[in-house]
Each structure stands twice: as C-alpha cells, then as structure tokens.
Design a protein around this ligand. Structure first.
Ligand code: BGC
Length: 729
C-alpha cells in the first residue's frame, strides 16, 4: 500500500443525511477510486451501498471494500423503544434479541457497522443523550453493554447478518457540566474507573470490534486525543485490538478545544492520542501522509491503525462478500417475529410510576374491560413520528401503530373520543377547551403528554427546564379538574420534573418512546393483558436543581439521615447537613423503582456466611473468579401478594464502609427477573463474589479491602431490609 492508500483506510465520510455539521466534501466517487476512503456512513439502502462499493472493489487499485456504518441505535427499520426504555426492562436477553433484529435488518441493507451501543453513564436528566443509553448505573450498564454487542455481532462477525458494534462515547461524555451537551467533563480517576469505565470495559470484553471517542474534554484533555484513556486504559490495560473511530469532526474540534492551532496539529494529536479513524473532519486525509513524511508521526503507527481497520473488514467477510443483495433486502424488514419482539420490548419498557385508587376504590389501572368510553387526549396520542425516538435509522412513521389507532381498533369509534388538546409546543385555548369537553363525555381519560423526540431528546437537546413543554401542564390541570379518572402516559427521553402531576394524577406510566409497536403494547399494558414490570434506570428528580441526581452517591460527612427534609430546617441540627432547604434530597422515584398490577413482599435477606476474607477474595479476583469459595450466598424470599401473575426484578445492593476511599451508600451488584403467580413465594439467591466487594481504592487499584458490608435484597434502591457481614483481612 502506498502511504496515501494507508491513510485512505483511516478516513470516513458521511454520504447521506448528515448527522452533524458539514465538512464541505462531496467528491466521494473520485476519492474512493483513488483509495482515499476507508468507510462511509449515513447511507441506508443496499442499492446505494452497492453503488459506492462497486467503485471501491472494481475501480480502485487495491480493491479494498468500504465499510458502511450507521447509527442503528434502537432498531433499523423495526424501531424498538429508545435505549433508556429498553434498559428499563432490566432484561439483557431481550436487549440482545432486539440488537440481533437490528443487525439482521441493517446487514440486509449492506450496513455492517453500527455506532452503538451508547454506554455512557448518565446521571443528569438535563443531558438529552440520556435517552440513548442505559441510565446511571455501571453494573446494569455493563450488562446492557455486553448484551448489545452480543446481539449485533452474533457468534461470528462474518455471518452475513452480523454487524460490528461501536460502544461510545469514550469516555465521560455523560458527565457534561450542567448537563449541556458537548460541555467539558471533570472526573477524578477514581470516579472514572469506578463508575464511567465499567460499561466500556464490558463491551470490550464482549468483543466489540470498534469503539468511538467522545467530543468532550476529560480533565482538560479532549477525549479524542487522550492517550491516558485511549492508549493506556483501552489498549494497554484492557488489550483492545479493534478500531478507535473519532466522533463526527471530533478531530477537527481539537482546534476549538484549544489544544491545536491548525488542522495538521489536530490530526497529529488525535492520531498519536489513539484515534485510528477520522470521522467526517477530513484532517487525516489532508495531513496524515505529510505528518509521516515530516517525521512527526511514525509510519509504523499508521500501519498499526490500518491493520486494525483491515482486520475488521476481513472479520466481517467483506473481502469475500462486498455487495449486498438488493433483491432480498425488503424481505428482511419488519418481519412478523421482529414486530412481535418490538411489542414485547415496548411492554417491558414501561414503568408504572403511580397507580392509586379511583374514587370507587380499586386502582385505576388496569382499565376494566367494562370501560365504555375512553377520552384519549394529548399531542402524543396519535403521533407516529415521535414514537420512533430520536435516532430512527431507517424507521418510518408509517410503520408505527399509535395508541389512537390501537384503541380505535379495540373500542370502535363510538368507544373512543379523541382530542389533541394542545401541541407539544404551542397550541390554542380552543384546543384545550375542546379537550375538556371530550374528557367530560368519557368514563376515563388517557392523557398522552411529553417531549418531542427529535427536537428535545438525544444529541444536542439538553434542557434546563424539565417540566412538560409548552401548554401541556395547563392542559393536564384542566383535565384533572374535570374530576374524571385520569391515566397519564408520559412520552419522554428522560424523567420529567412534574411534582404537581405526581400529586394529583392517580395513574402515571413512563412510556419513553416505545417504537413501531407503541399502540398495541400500550393497549395491552393499559388493559392488563400484560403486567407492567419495567423499573427505572435513572433517578427521577423532583426539581432540576437536584441534578446530577443518582442513587449510588457518597454519604458525605454530613448526611441528612432521618431529618424531615420536606420542610425548611428549624434548628442547627437540621440545617448544617447536606441538604436543600427547599426540596428533599430524595428523588421523586428512586433508581430501580417501578410498580406492577401485583404486589411483592420481600423477606429478610439471609447470608451463607458472616465473614469473608479480603485475602481470599483478592486471590479469586486475580484468578478471574466470580462464583467461588470466597463468595457469599445471599437469599431472600419474594412473594407475590397480589391477584395477578407478574415478573419482578429483584435487586441486590451492597455498601462497604471502613474502606480507604468513600463508596456509595448503595451499589447495585446483582439483579434477577423472577416470575411469580399469585400467592407464590420464591427464594431468590445471589452468589456475591469478589467483583461485588472490590473497588478502585486510594492506590487506584481494583481490590477488596477489609470492610463492614451491608447488603439489601430489594425492589428498588431505596427500600428493603438489610443484612450485614464483615470482610476481614
Ligand atoms: C454523534 C455520534 C454519532 C455520529 C454519527 C455524532 O454527532 O455524537 O453518536 O454516532 O454523530 O452520526
């Protein structure tokens, strides 16, 4: 390969609908012919893929196939719930199956590389990209990260229906100051390693073929030119062999960051910092060969990066099968079994936040089959486009069954009264008045309110106010004032602060953005054909001022303890603690929380041992052991005291005290989904090994130390009874 041909493999452009600022280049045909492009993205059909691939394979000197990428974030044509919703299922197998469907559809269109999963820890609901990931917890995030990778990549990358994964954005992106997208990030090495890196490590261990660097600076060094994270941690410590891609123009952005004064310096710093491939900025194309000639970049380093890119292309079988079958493409999309899975995934993503009694006595949900007339109101009740979420890949609005469509089919036009009520933003007094009249004519009102998915969630969609947008709060209050029983369905990419609603509306469901099967899934949940089982993967704030808000926080030196934080402090003891004077510290709903139509009772956790040895645990840790002699079994009885069968996600939390660094008041260390029939009790057992007790200590070592351990087996992160044990030397 000539030096230019090598550099060509490290260059990538968007040749379709742009997902970032433009770069000015469009002459891809001639560049590909000259071997100056290694990958293209944002193309979505087999036909377009083949047009470009033919130029690469039939007209370039070395005939190296192009790699085609796309943001396939929660489905390709069959759109699943947004990742925040998928994670709320607490079901990694479901996520793996959804990713498999996405891989099958994307590969049928010639897309063999997805810029997914988003494994950024998100502790701040202002940050719009919370919607794209699996929430705030590293343990759950790691389980989801590997599930996505397994689903996309399958058992073999060279299977025709496998696609390469690209966990992103490495690293710290979710900790943007103030929740403002692309903003700077400051994270201590402890916090980085303890909370932000584990999902990436899990994705790498699951075999992710590529990884994407982030936009943000991390402790003043941009993540896309950061040898500490990209070289030391990723390559040396974790042994990652795959390709590191930049984010969209993040190489060029090193100039704006202020660590490069021109394009050549940006290319040099990004490349030597550990970024193999330049997405969209064209600076490797413009400068890398010259940087090698001038001796600023060793050619051996370029060779190394090119080998990584070529290895992924070989692994995908692109050299043997560069083209995609245009005839078979359509048949791969929206298969019945894919749609069934999309419906199941949506059903499992819903989180029942509140379900209190109607004036008659019984909880409002599930709706009785006797319900004669329903008023369906709200801007999201019949909005196909919004159900697709913020990254719809090739999803089409027309594929979506809305709640209105599903309800009309069930109840007929006579049983359903519909009024839009207001726009997501905007709307008129007349619309609200019409909605109030509609509500008055019905037995029950279902309100579908929330955010605009493309405009208000996902990338570049940070919000400083987290209430219902536009006039929706006004609409909500007017409808509740009719006195009719109200079920509020919230469609959003993040938790919304709406204390009034949680006080006054009897039933509230977090529905996220559920995907193509939104309507049928909601219908089944509303009428109790399926029992809600989703649980929050982010702490739900009462007020924006609580953000960043996360359950696995440190205790501080002045914890508020049992002080009543619902009123202002009355004396020094109540005042000089870590608190707000105007809102409780606690979330509206904690991480892990979610109701169902059943009730579950948790017994006292029992431990197989009262004492563990730090030495033995550390030996196991070094040997890579999980379940072992050094571990403890923790079990608790969980009983379904309700009248319906249901699935409960039983959670295990751990707290360590007396250690060299302060650790969270609780850390998730296990979870299991258990099916329970009415009256049934199951003993749920967790084997808790060294991984749960080890942490990044004051020497930046991952190890177990002597500690007092508190363990909970509980339905969420803020309740449950505890058991204790000691870790001795
Ligand atoms: C986003 C990435 C995405 C890329 C390509 C960027 O703006 O940050 O997540 O993969 O665009 O679309």
């Amino acid at each position: 390969m000539t030096l230019e041909e090598k550099v060509g493999q490290l260059v990538q452009y968007s040749a379709g609908q742009p997902t970032g600022p433009g770069t000015g280049r469009t002459d891809y045909d001639s560049m590909i012919r000259k071997g100056e492009v290694g990958a293209l993205f944002n193309i979505t059909t087999a036909r377009e893929v083949n047009v470009y691939q033919r130029i690469a394979v039939e007209q370039s000197r070395l005939r190296i196939p192009l790699l085609f990428g796309l943001d396939v974030i929660h489905g390709f044509r069959t759109e699943f719930p947004i990742p925040l919703g998928l994670a709320s299922s607490w079901d990694p197998q479901l996520v793996e199956r959804a990713a498999r469907v996405a891989a099958r559809e994307a590969s049928a269109s010639g897309i063999r590389w997805t810029f997914s999963p988003v494994v950024d820890i998100a502790r701040d609901a202002r940050w719009g990209r919370m919607a794209e990931g699996s929430g705030e917890d590293p343990y759950l995030g790691s389980a989801m990260a590997s599930a996505y990778v397994r689903g996309y990549q399958g058992t073999r990358l060279d299977a025709a229906d496998s696609i390469a994964a690209c966990p992103k954005h490495f690293v710290g992106y979710g900790a943007a100051e103030g929740g403002r997208d692309y903003n700077s990030v400051e994270l201590s090495e402890h916090t980085l390693r303890q909370f932000y890196l584990p999902p990436f490590h899990a994705a790498v261990d699951a075999g992710a073929a590529t990884l994407m660097g982030a936009f943000n600076s991390l402790n003043a060094v941009p993540a896309s030119a950061n040898p500490f994270t990209l070289r030391q941690i990723l390559r040396t410590e974790w042994g990652f062999q795959g390709v590191v891609d930049s984010d969209w123009t993040s190489v060029a952005e090193l100039v704006a960051h202020g660590i490069a004064n021109d394009g050549a310096a940006a290319a040099r710093k990004a490349f030597l910092g550990g970024v193999d491939m330049d997405m969209a900025s064209s600076l490797y194309h413009d400068h890398l060969a010259q940087l090698v000639r001038s001796g600023e970049v060793p050619e051996a380093r370029v060779d190394e990066a090119v080998r990584r890119v070529l290895r992924v292309k070989f692994a995908l079988g692109l050299f043997e099968h560069p083209y995609s079958d245009e005839v078979k493409e359509a048949a791969a999309m929206l298969r019945p079994e894919s749609l069934t899975l999309a419906r199941t995934a949506a059903e499992q993503s819903f989180v029942l936040l509140k379900n209190s009694a109607s004036p008659g006595g019984a909880p409002i949900l599930p709706l009785s089959t006797e319900t004669r007339t329903i008023a369906l109101i709200g801007p999201l009740a019949d909005d196909q486009n919004n159900m697709l979420g913020s990254w719809a890949a090739r999803g089409r609005a027309e594929d979506v069954v809305t709640l209105r469509a599903a309800l009309t089919q069930k109840l007929g036009v006579d049983g359903l009264r519909y009024a839009k009520g207001t726009e997501i933003i905007g709307g008129s007094d007349d619309q609200i008045a019409d909605a109030v009249r509609t509500a008055e004519q019905a037995d029950v009102v279902i309100l579908a309110l929330g955010e605009d998915a493309p405009a208000m969630t996902g990338e570049a969609a940070s919000r400083a106010h987290l209430g219902l947008p536009g006039r929706q709060q006004q609409l909500l209050e007017k409808i509740v004032a009719t006195g009719k029983p109200v079920v509020l369905l919230l469609f959003s990419g993040r938790p919304l602060t709406m204390p009034w609603a949680f006080e006054h509306v009897p039933a509230v469901v977090a529905a996220w953005f559920p995907g193509v099967q939104a309507g049928p899934a909601l219908l089944r949940a509303l009428f109790g054909e399926v029992n809600p089982s989703g649980k929050l993967v982010v702490s739900w704030p009462r007020a924006v001022g609580q953000e960043p808000l996360y359950y696995n926080a440190l205790n501080t030196g002045r914890p508020a303890g049992n002080i009543d934080l619902t009123r202002p402090p009355k004396n020094g003891d109540e005042k000089f603690v870590s608190r707000y004077i105007d809102v409780p510290n606690s979330p509206q709903f904690p991480f892990g929380y979610g109701l169902s139509y059943s009730n579950y009772q948790y017994g006292q956790p029992r431990l197989s041992k009262e004492q563990l040895s730090a030495g033995a645990l550390n030996d196991e840790l070094c040997a890579g052991g999980r379940a072992s002699n050094a571990a403890v079994e923790v079990s608790a009885d969980v009983t379904n005291t309700g009248t319906r069968a249901g699935e409960e996600t039983v959670q295990l939390y751990v707290r360590l005290q007396g250690t060299s660094v302060a650790l969270p008041v609780r850390a998730l260390s296990g979870f299991q989904r258990v099916t329970l029939t009415p009256g049934e009790t199951k003993k749920v057992t967790f084997t808790v090994g060294p991984d749960a007790f080890a942490f990044w200590n004051d020497q930046n070592k991952f190890a177990v130390e002597p500690a007092r351990v508190t363990i909970w087996v509980s339905p969420d992160s803020s309740s449950g009874s505890e058991a204790t044990l000691q870790i001795v030397k």
